[in-house]
Design a protein around this ligand. Structure first.
Ligand SMILES: Cc1cc2nc3c(=O)[nH]c(=O)nc-3n(C[C@H](O)[C@H](O)[C@H](O)COP(=O)(O)OP(=O)(O)OC[C@H]3O[C@@H](n4cnc5c(N)ncnc54)[C@H](O)[C@@H]3O)c2cc1C
Length: 787
């Protein structure tokens, strides 16, 4: 399993060797991180980064080994941005000459780079960036300027205190005309004494969430005051960006093809290719713009891989500790029960274990996708790009959200009621009139808000159910009651049968929190920094924001889904992960064939249920959208539903790729069998958690849902005996895990006890401050004390 997890025997060998090298070197110690002051912490990070580089050079490590070493050093640092953003940006966007000039310097770390795109007032909306780069033909230079406070660059990692250079994004102005946003290589600090160059104001933006954690990084603020740079420092291979998510964009994005997203660039941007000549002429370059799209797939793939690492770390800690921890259940003075044997613990822990594996394999598949996209681009085949973009955007969002925290589906019963209400109305020609009321789902008092259906549409809104109330028209007579709840008018879905209404459940409150859930699984001790979980959480959560805000990314996926549906009748056939839409007719009607709990173990049953749910949710959104005259207004109004449809689509991708993985040859006795158990847990857990979606779209009945839950329980029992082995397969050293609760030997209590005494507060038995503040209290001298 270790080899399956690593990806290959070679990958396992490199990873194993380098992780042990880092773990055995006291120079990479990290156990005191959360107790250091910011300044000490940061200085220590600088030392480690320098030490890591020295080790890489002295041991002549290969690029692969060096990357692994940085990974196992496990400390966010300016080097992440230098290697992960600055260099790739020059490679991807620089001309041949620019690459020849800058890359050798960067590879040797003679210059240190960062990626400065986000501004104080502008993140997701790249088109809104305010920094300007005005061409001066007299001197053949660009003048980079921050005209407003909100145009200050804000957030770039490595910028605050370390970077000597930045790829800075600014609006290109040539001959008084604007040409959109471009990247420029700008020197920030002197290479002699590190002081900021003339016109540059630069510093750190301050403490971030958590102790230690991401505070090792110098996220920075930067202002330019008419800073001049030579013309050849504009990245000229491909240059102009506008944001995809502008409200002005067409709903049915025929522009999706043009989407290009850069790491930390926060959001997909549309790209043109341009150059500025020394005469001050702006011209298009002949480099095919799509060539750079591969970068996007590459970056997203690394983020998904990171998600599986972070989640597997947390799961490893929680699983090992759950086997150590005992509570209740002692019989005749015997040992208490290991908490891992409680079904509630299993039902929270094992789905996360399964998710860690699922994300590992989806990350692996994304590596393949990157190779495939690159190969196709080289052959001028751009046909799979929109799908690749949507898929990577969605998977980035799904995996990082799950690893950090995810809100699950809406209340099952509410959804079912709403869907029932959506049944075609018997009353649509009427002596009756209709009013739409919104009822807050959670309110103990069913407060209703009448809304105007023509303006607000109908159906589900977050936290509300929409109810159409039928009212007798003034002056009409009828034998039935004068007020009756009926369906909204728009939906074409068939009604649910009465018996298919599910029982009330609490899914609205239930969450799958990834790292945070693992902390809770470790009880009180999980809250100690020495559990490793608080810091892991604090370091990880911004992944939901950088590289594209997760919600904004899902909205892009939703646009792609709507576009796909709108083209279903045309010659453009859905490909890759969206190919299931070619069977939309079948998926809208199919009925789940599961009769016994074990039937859910059939991959075909699982796949069909997930495909039907994803297709039906998307089609329902498309139908609702078609009720709006202005599609963009409709998209904004229905965006919460659209995001849910996108999540359903992304979950289908992960389930289907896990199933595909199991169809490959997998060596090792029993390994495949264990992976099958995990795959089924992953899929059935999602089905259970999102049963509101599955039921309300009529993909399954409550009986099917109950059978899935029965099977899930049985799968938890199957995984239990191997749970520890399955987390040992991650092959994490104690150093990398950085957790007393997760240590390999399970010797938790003595280590916790020992660690407590190492806390700086315990350096003296009587605390600093006793004489000033505690003694006066105890001696009743507080009124005369000098406070
Ligand atoms: C730890 C960390 C490191 C970073 N490193 C870098 C770096 O090295 N270089 C760099 O340039 N930047 C960096 N960033 C910035 C990062 O890329 C942005 O914060 C990110 O792109 C999100 O943009 P924002 O902050 O403007 O969020 P906003 O876009 O302001 O988001 C705020 C809220 O609005 C919602 N929202 C926004 N647009 C829409 C929409 N169209 N529809 C619906 N909802 C919407 C979002 O979902 C979110 O809930 C970093 C950020 C962090 C946290």
């Amino acid at each position: 399993m270790k080899i399956v997890w690593a990806g290959s025997p070679h990958a396992f060998d490199v990873s194993d060797r380098i992780s042990k090298l880092v773990a055995s070197d006291p120079g990479f110690r990290k156990d005191n991180r959360s107790t250091l002051s910011r300044k000490e912490l940061f200085k220590n990070t600088l030392r480690k980064a320098a030490y890591a580089w020295k080790t890489i050079v002295e041991l002549r490590l290969s690029e692969e080994e060096a990357a692994k070493l940085r990974f196992y050093v496990d400390e966010p640092a300016f080097t992440d941005l230098h290697w992960g953003m600055f260099i790739p940006a020059i490679k991807g966007q620089g001309t041949e000459e620019q690459q020849q000039k800058w890359l050798p310097l960067a590879y040797k770390m003679q210059i240190i780079g960062c990626y400065a795109q986000t501004e104080l007032g502008h993140g997701s909306n790249v088109q809104g960036l305010e920094t300007t780069a005005t061409f001066d033909p007299q001197t053949d230079e660009f003048i980079i300027h921050s005209p407003t406070l909100t145009s200050s660059k804000w957030w770039p990692g490595g910028l605050g205190k370390v970077a000597t250079h930045a790829i800075a994004y600014a609006r290109l102005i040539v001959g008084g005309r604007e040409h959109g946003v471009n990247g420029f290589i700008v020197q920030l600090r002197s290479l002699e004494d590190h002081s900021p160059l003339l016109g540059i104001t630069v510093g750190d933006i301050g403490m971030k969430f958590g102790n230690g954690a991401y505070n090792t990084m110098d996220n920075g603020v930067l202002r330019f005051d008419h800073v001049r740079i030579p013309r050849n420092q504009m990245l000229m291979r491909c240059a102009q960006y506008t944001c995809l998510c502008m409200p002005s964009d067409a709903l049915y994005l025929d522009k999706v093809l043009d989407v290009y997203s850069i790491a930390f660039a926060s959001i997909a941007v549309m790209l043109w290719v341009s150059q500025v000549t020394c005469e001050g002429k702006y011209k298009q370059s002949d480099v095919p713009r799509q060539l750079v799209y591969g970068t996007m797939v590459y970056v997203r793939q690394t983020i998904v891989a990171d998600a599986s690492c972070a989640l597997s770390r947390a799961v490893c800690i929680a699983t090992r500790y759950s086997a150590v921890r005992r509570q209740f259940g002692s019989q005749n003075g015997g040992p208490e029960t290991q908490v891992i044997d409680y079904k509630t613990q299993q039902s929270r822990l094992f789905p996360l274990l399964a998710s860690a594996y699922a994300f590992r394999f989806i990350g692996e598949w994304l590596k393949w996708l990157y190779a495939d996209v690159t190969r196709r681009l080289q052959a001028n085949d751009f046909s799979t790009l929109p799908e690749a973009h949507a898929c990577t955007a969605g998977l980035k969002s799904l995996t990082t959200t799950t690893t950090a925290r995810i809100l699950t589906s809406k209340n099952t019963k509410t959804r079912a009621i709403v869907e029932k209400l959506r049944a075609p109305s018997k009353f649509s020609t009427s002596p009756w009139m209709f009013e739409l009321h919104l009822v807050p789902v959670d309110s103990p008092f069913l407060v209703e808000y009448p809304v105007d259906p023509t303006r607000h549409g109908c159906g589900i809104r977050t936290g509300f159910i929409g109810i159409h109330r039928k009212k007798k028209r003034p002056g009409q007579r009828s034998s039935s009651s004068s007020e009756q709840i009926v369906s909204p008018l728009s939906s074409r879905w068939s009604p649910l049968e009465e018996e298919s209404l599910p029982a009330e459940d609490k899914s609205l409150e239930e969450r799958l929190d990834g790292i945070e859930e693992c902390r809770k699984l470790c009880g009180g001790h999980g809250y100690l920094c020495s559990s490793g979980l608080p810091e892991l959480f604090a370091v990880y959560v911004p992944a939901c924001t950088y590289e594209g805000d997760n919600t904004v990314l899902l909205l892009q996926v939703a646009r792609f889904l709507m576009k796909t549906i709108s083209q279903l009748g045309s010659s453009k056939k859905p490909v890759g992960t969206i190919a299931y839409m070619t069977r939309v007719k079948h998926l809208m009607q199919c009925r789940c064939g599961v009769q016994r709990a074990e039937d859910w173990l059939k991959p075909s049953a699982l796949l069909e249920a997930f495909e039907a749910r994803a297709a039906r949710m998307s089609v329902a959104c498309a139908q609702n959208l078609s009720n709006f005259d202005n599609p963009e207004e409709g998209f904004a109004e229905l965006s919460a539903d659209l995001v849910e449809a996108a999540v359903a689509h992304c979950q289908l991708i992960v389930v289907s790729k896990f199933i595909e993985k199991l169809q490959q040859e997998i060596h090792g006795k029993g390994v495949k069998q264990q992976l099958e158990v995990l795959c089924n847990i992953y899929a059935l857990f999602l089905l259970h958690k999102h049963q509101g979606d599955f039921l309300s779209t009529g993909c399954i009945t409550p009986k099917h849902a109950a059978l899935a839950n029965d099977e899930l329980r049985s799968l938890y029992s199957q995984v239990r005996p191997n749970a520890i082995a399955l987390v040992d397969a991650f092959n994490y050293t104690d150093h990398y895990l950085g957790s007393i609760l997760g240590c390999y030997d399970g010797n938790v209590y003595p280590k916790l006890y020992e660690a407590a005494w190492k806390d700086p507060l315990n350096e003296s038995v009587v605390p600093d401050g006793y004489h000033q503040y505690i003694r006066p209290l105890l001696k009743q001298e507080i009124c005369t004390a000098r406070l």
